[in-house]
Design a protein around this ligand. Structure first.
Ligand code: PHE
Length: 460
C-alpha cells in the first residue's frame, strides 16, 4: 500500500479511551472557547444564537467529528497517510491540513506565550492603570512606528519557554507526552475554570452581563450571517477539518467506541463554551457597572478581550489577582493542549511520510516552526502578521478544506459506506443514511454558503 509507515506499536497509542477523549477535549477546548465564543454569541443574537449553534453542532459538527474519527480509526495514520490509504490520489487533502496546522501553530504559540506572561503580570497587576497602552506599547513595542522589526524580550523569553516545553512533550510521544499532559491538565482546567466562573458571578453587576449575553434577539435568526457564524464557530472550536481528530483517532485501539467518543467530546466542548460565555460576560457586566457604562461598551473579542479588557477588570475586581491567575492560567492550559494537537498533525504527517523516529520527526518539525514563530512574533511585526494569518486561516482555510474533504469523500471516492461499517463496528450509537446525507449534502451546502458570504463581505 502507499506510504509505508512505522509499525503500530512503535507509532504510539493512547492506553485507554479515556486518555484519547481527554486529549481530544484538550484539542477542542482552546482560545476559541474562551475568547471567541462569548463574543460571537453576543454579536449574533445573544440567547437566540443557541438555536443556530445547536443546529450547526448536530448537523455538521458531530457528523464531521465522526468522519474524522472514522478515517483515523479505519486507516490508522496521520492525516496524509490516512487519506492516501483510503485512495492514493487524495493524499493532498491531508497535506493541506498539515499546512493549515503549521500556520496555526506558529501564531497560537505566540498568544500562548503572551498568556504565560500575563499570568505572572496578574499577581501584581504589572500593567498599571492603562492596560491598553501597556499591552501595545510596553509589552508588544508597537508604539514606535519607525522601527519595523526588533526583538521584544518580554515576548521572546516566554515564547522560547513554550517551544522548549513543546519539544519535550512531543518527544515523549503519544501516551507519555500528549496523553499525560491531557490527563493532568484537563481536570485542572475544569476546576480552575469553574472557580473563575463562580468568582465572576459573585462580582456586583454580573447579572447585567448575563442579561446582555442571553437576552434573545429573535430577529437575528432571519439573518444568514448569524447562521454562518454558528457553523464557523463549531468548526474551529471542535478542531474538525484540520487532521487533528484523524491523527488522534489513529492512536486508539481497534475495539473502541468512536461514536460514543464523538458525542462525549462534542458536548464537553460545547459545555465548556457555554461556561466561558457565562464567566466572561459576568466579568464584563461587573466592569460595565463599575464604570457606569453599558455592557456593549466594554465587550470586545479576541486579543482585546483577553489582554486589554480583562486586565482592566482585574484592576477593579475584589481579589483581582486571583481572577487574573485563573483567567490567564486557563488560557495557558487550554491553549497548550490545543497547540500540542496542532503540532502533532505536522509531526505525524512528516513521520509517516519519511519513516522517521519520533525524536527525529519532532526535532525536524518543532525547531523550524519555533524559529519562524520567534522571528515573526517575538518581534515588533508580530501583531500585523497575526491579524492577517488568523483571518486567512480561520475564514477560508478551515472551511474550504472541510467542504472539499466532505464532497470528495462522499461523492468523489464514495468512501462513506466503508466508514459507516467501521464506525458501527464497536460504536454505541448507530450511524447510517442520515449521517451520509448530512456529510454529503447538508453540511457542505451550509459551509459553502458561509464561505461565499464571507468572501462577499471581505471584498465588499
Ligand atoms: N479548537 C481550538 C480552539 O477552540 C483551536 C484549534 C484549531 C485546535 C485547530 C486545533 C486545531 O481554540
Amino acid at each position: 500500500g502507499p506510504g509505508t509507515q512505522v509499525d503500530e506499536t512503535r507509532r504510539g497509542r493512547f492506553t485507554s479511551r479515556r486518555v484519547f477523549i481527554l486529549a481530544a477535549i484538550g484539542s477542542a477546548v482552546g482560545l476559541g472557547n474562551i475568547w471567541r465564543f462569548p463574543y460571537v454569541a453576543y454579536e449574533n443574537g445573544g440567547g437566540a444564537f443557541i438555536l443556530p449553534y445547536l443546529v450547526a453542532l448536530l448537523t455538521a459538527g458531530i457528523p464531521f467529528l465522526l468522519l474524522d474519527y472514522g478515517l483515523g480509526h479505519r486507516f490508522r495514520g496521520s492525516a496524509p497517510l490516512s487519506f492516501a490509504r483510503a485512495r492514493r490520489r487524495i493524499e493532498t487533502i491531508g497535506w493541506w491540513q498539515v499546512l493549515l496546522c503549521f500556520c496555526i501553530g506558529v501564531y497560537y504559540a505566540a498568544v500562548l506565550a503572551w498568556a504565560v506572561r500575563y499570568t505572572f503580570f496578574s499577581v501584581n497587576k504589572a500593567w498599571g492603570d492603562d492596560p491598553e497602552t501597556f499591552f501595545f506599547d510596553d509589552f508588544l513595542h508597537l508604539g514606535d512606528p519607525g522601527v519595523a522589526m526588533e526583538f521584544t524580550p518580554g515576548v521572546l523569553v516566554p515564547l522560547l519557554v513554550v517551544w522548549v516545553a513543546l519539544l519535550v512533550i512531543m518527544a515523549l510521544g503519544v501516551q507519555r507526552g500528549i496523553g499525560a499532559v491531557a490527563m493532568i491538565f484537563i481536570p485542572i482546567l475544569v476546576i480552575a475554570f469553574i472557580a473563575l466562573v463562580v468568582q465572576a458571578l459573585l462580582l456586583p453587576g454580573s447579572g447585567g452581563g448575563l442579561n446582555a449575553l442571553f437576552t434573545p434577539e429573535w430577529a437575528a435568526l432571519a439573518e444568514p450571517g448569524v447562521w454562518g457564524a454558528a457553523f464557523g464557530q463549531i468548526f474551529f472550536s471542535l478542531s474538525i477539518g484540520f487532521g487533528v481528530m484523524i491523527t488522534y483517532a489513529s492512536y486508539v485501539k481497534r475495539k473502541t467506541d468512536m461514536t460514543g467518543s464523538a458525542m462525549a467530546v462534542g458536548f464537553a466542548n460545547s459545555g465548556f463554551e457555554l461556561l466561558a460565555g457565562i464567566g466572561v460576560f459576568a466579568a464584563l457586566g461587573f466592569m460595565a457597572q463599575a464604570s457606569g457604562v453599558a455592557v456593549a461598551d466594554v465587550a470586545s473579542d479576541g486579543i482585546g478581550l483577553a489582554f486589554v479588557a480583562f486586565p482592566a477588570i482585574i484592576n477593579e475586581a475584589p481579589a483581582g489577582a486571583l481572577l487574573g491567575v485563573l483567567f490567564f492560567g486557563s488560557l495557558v492550559i487550554a491553549g497548550l493542549t490545543s497547540l500540542i494537537s496542532v503540532i502533532e498533525v505536522v509531526i505525524s504527517g512528516v513521520r509517516d511520510k519519511f519513516e522517521l523516529s519520533r525524536l527525529t520527526a519532532t526535532l525536524s518539525v518543532v525547531i523550524p516552526t519555533a524559529v519562524i514563530s520567534l522571528v515573526l512574533f517575538a518581534t515588533t511585526s508580530g501583531l500585523y502578521v497575526l491579524d492577517i494569518v488568523d483571518h486567512f486561516v480561520n475564514q477560508f482555510g478551515i472551511l474550504l478544506v472541510a467542504v472539499v474533504s466532505m464532497l470528495v469523500l462522499a461523492w468523489g471516492v464514495r468512501l462513506l459506506p466503508e466508514l459507516i461499517r467501521q464506525l458501527n463496528h464497536h460504536g454505541s450509537i448507530p450511524v447510517g443514511r442520515a449521517w451520509q446525507l448530512l456529510i454529503g449534502v447538508v453540511a457542505p451546502l451550509a459551509l459553502l454558503y458561509v464561505l461565499v458570504r464571507q468572501f462577499i463581505t471581505d471584498i465588499g
